[in-house]
Design a protein around this ligand. Structure first.
Ligand code: ADP
Ligand code: MG
Length: 680
């Protein structure tokens, strides 16, 4: 075995304790460490002078140490170390917290480059906890790594250098030379050192391109192998039946887009290979009705469907919707969630197992081993990106290769959808049901809160309902208290005559259900809530939403939130409250007021924030990509698509000798998602 794949403890300075810290970052071998890529770089090549360094900015300086001041013990656990340094323009105080080691490392009279946040006063600037390198270092572009408490940049840097030495002592490469040549890619032995310690940005970008190519290629190959496997499977082939009774029972007629999606789905269901289709539609576009149509079709064919939602609230809501649409037509619908009583669960499981239940709606509780179906033929997942690949796989295994339909409001360009969901077919709901008016959106500062409350009250007076959303990003104690207090305060104050409910993620599922049900039934007028209402909740009588601290949400998230109103015919409103009056924030609020199309907003969001949050692991349930950027690397996505095709045509199972390394890498990428057994 190559030394890169030995335990991480084979590196110098890495004993059990540090190994445990690395394990937290999913690093267990020197090879993993080499793929622990810098989050960004500190460029020490162009320092500014102390005089030029801006207050509150992160600045890079080149300074000589003059003097060290005696340490100051502030309290137990906090000692402040200071040193005075200078350049040609001024003096600056270096401030270090609790780090006698870092202070000792500074030598009086010597010149260093350092980067850190600038503060202090008019008379003397300060630089806080700077990262320091000798001014004569030859590596002036330094990596900044994602860390965990107890691990420092210096430790990681040292260990990465050791791992690079192992690589250079015995070059490791899995990519066939022909591919390297064809796509002008550097070898790993060059790319990996360059990604950690680039000498210039071109070198770094070259290296990143190689690593991104690797990831995308592996992903494409893995997804294709998964897909090919499902193509060779046979699924239950359904027979056309009349949809007339279903349409007649619907309280509305389907939009043209919904009709098209339904017919695409029904056509798939009549094939003997499993359907693998993504139904994409902006919030409020009416995906649930399409799902219901598919369940109806399956039930009339005498087979069962399962509909899986990411939260209990959503599962409960889908259950209520499907029940209303299907039970009058004689189709039994059941609900299974984790929080139900054991006895209820047992009854539902029995009905699914003996086939008396035709449609089962639920949360991931549906995956559990004790759930079996008599003849499951259709699996629908709502907001699938919230589930991991592993969970999706589990449900698929329940049936005998069931047809699969995925519903999502996340706007993803087709090429990306292909990568994320495998080679699937796409149905898009472009328009919203007619009669919908765009949600009028306003941004205000906290000073206008009372007026905004007045506006909300006007809606409530007309018999409408309202949401007030408070950010609770960490779901921590403090924020929890803040939300509870907020609800109490408005119940006593601005909304004293109204019935105010509270909904947050830390409540027990049963409590959440009760509150949600009360809001849906109209026995609550105002719901103070956190982002638990973000996905899919549907109460058409709610016409106004106020969002506190709106700057704390991403634009796409605001759009999802706002999508909770404007779901009926009435004019709806969204009031964004923010005291954050920076240009960037103003720009974001303007986008929200102007745009209503989820696609456009997502794009604007990407441009403002970068793709990190948008395409985080949370969004697609795929292995996290480290080097590739799903949105910016369009060209690489195309190149790797072509390469993946070419490789698999030549060697469908990756059994050729030249492809063994690639096979292992694909396995490694997917192993973390638990799908390895399925692919290879
Ligand atoms: P989403 O696509 O966000 O999941 P839903 O399926 O929850 O949207 O539908 C949003 C609302 O629109 C629901 O109240 C639903 O009853 C209603 N709806 C769906 N289709 C139509 C239609 N064709 N005409 C009118 N209302 C519709
Ligand atoms: Mg929905």
């Amino acid at each position: 075995m190559h030394s890169l794949f030995q335990p991480i403890t084979t590196l110098k300075y890495v004993a059990q304790k540090r190994a445990a810290l690395y394990a937290k970052l999913h690093i267990t071998t020197p090879y993993d460490l080499l793929y622990h890529l810098p989050r960004h770089y500190m460029d020490y090549r162009n320092p500014v002078t102390i005089a030029e360094a801006q207050h509150q900015s992160i600045a890079v300086l080149r300074v000589r140490i003059l003097q060290k001041l005696p340490p100051q013990f502030i309290r137990s656990g906090l000692t402040v170390f200071r040193a005075i340094a200078e350049d040609d323009t001024a003096q600056i105080t270096i401030v270090l917290y609790n780090s006698s080691y870092a202070m000792d490392a500074l030598i009086i009279g010597k010149t260093y480059c350092m980067s850190g946040k600038i503060g202090g006063n008019l008379l003397r600037k300060e630089i806080y906890s700077p990262h320091v390198i000798p001014a004569d270092s030859t590596d002036l572009i330094r990596p900044v790594y994602p860390l965990t408490t107890g691990l420092t940049t210096n430790m990681v840097e040292t260990n990465v250098r050791q791992a690079l030495a192992l690589l250079q002592a015995e070059p490791f490469e899995w990519m066939p030379g022909s591919l390297l040549t064809q796509y002008h890619l550097p070898m790993l032995v060059d790319a990996l050192p360059a990604i950690h310690f680039p000498h210039n940005l071109e070198e770094m970008e070259q290296a990143r391109r190689r690593l991104a190519f690797d990831e995308l290629l592996q992903l494409q190959i893995g997804m294709r192998m998964l897909r090919r496997r499902s193509k060779t499977e046979t699924a239950l082939q359904m027979q056309p039946v009349s949809m007339q009774p279903f349409y007649e029972a619907l309280p509305f007629s389907l939009t043209a887009g919904q009709q098209k999606a339904v017919s695409e789905i029904l056509e798939d269901l009549c094939q003997n290979v499993p359907m693998n289709r993504l139904l994409q539609g902006d919030v409020g576009s009416g995906k649930t009705a399409v799902a219901a149509a598919a369940c109806y079709f399956a039930a009339e064919n005498g087979v069962q469907s399962a509909l899986m939602a990411p939260t209990e609230i959503l599962a409960g809501q889908h259950y209520a919707t499907l029940q209303k649409m299907l039970e009058p037509l004689g189709i039994t619908v059941g609900l299974l969630t984790g929080s139900m009583r054991a006895k209820e669960k047992k009854a539902v499981r029995a009905a699914a197992a003996d086939g008396s239940l035709m449609v089962l709606v639920g949360t991931h509780a549906i995956f559990q081993k004790d759930v079996t179906f008599a003849n499951l033929a259709l699996v629908i997942t709502d907001e699938q990106h919230r589930f991991g690949v592993e969970q999706r796989g589990q449900l698929a295994e329940k049936g005998n290769c069931p047809h699969k339909l995925v519903m999502s409001a996340t706007p993803i360009p087709r090429t990306l959808a292909l990568m994320i969901y495998g080679d699937l077919d796409l149905s898009i709901l472009k328009e919203l049901p007619s009669g919908r008016k765009p949600v009028e959106t306003y941004a205000v500062t906290g000073k206008l809160r009372e007026r905004a409350y007045g506006f909300v009250r006007q809606q409530l007076e007309q018999g409408r309902q309202a949401y007030i959303v408070c950010p609770m990003i960490e779901e921590g104690e403090v924020e929890l208290q803040a939300v509870e207090q907020y609800a109490e305060q408005v119940q006593k104050g601005a909304f004293a005559q109204y019935r105010v409910g509270l909904l947050h993620g830390k409540m027990k599922a049963a409590e959440k259900d009760t509150v949600m049900q009360a809001f849906r039934d109209g026995t609550l007028d105002l719901l103070v809530c956190t982002t638990v209402v973000e996905v899919g909740v549907d109460v058409p009588n709610a016409t106004i939403m106020m969002i506190e601290d709106a700057e704390r949400f991403g634009l796409s998230q605001l759009h999802q939130l706002r999508g909770r109103v404007g779901r009926g015919d009435a004019q709806s409103y969204c009031i964004l409250v923010t005291d954050h009056v920076t240009d960037a924030c103003r720009q974001r609020m303007q986008i929200m007021s102007r745009m209503r199309d989820g696609f456009q907003i997502a794009e604007a969001d990407l441009q403002l924030r970068g793709p990190g949050d948008f395409f985080g692991e949370r969004q697609h349930g795929l292995p996290p990509l480290k080097a590739a950027d799903m949105l910016k690397d369009m060209k690489l996505i195309q190149e790797t698509e072509q390469a993946a095709k070419q490789i698999l045509e030549e060697d469908p199972d990756l059994t050729q000798a030249g492809h063994q390394g690639l096979r292992l890498e694909v396995l490694r990428l997917f192993v973390k998602t638990g799908e390895n057994g399925v692919i290879l």
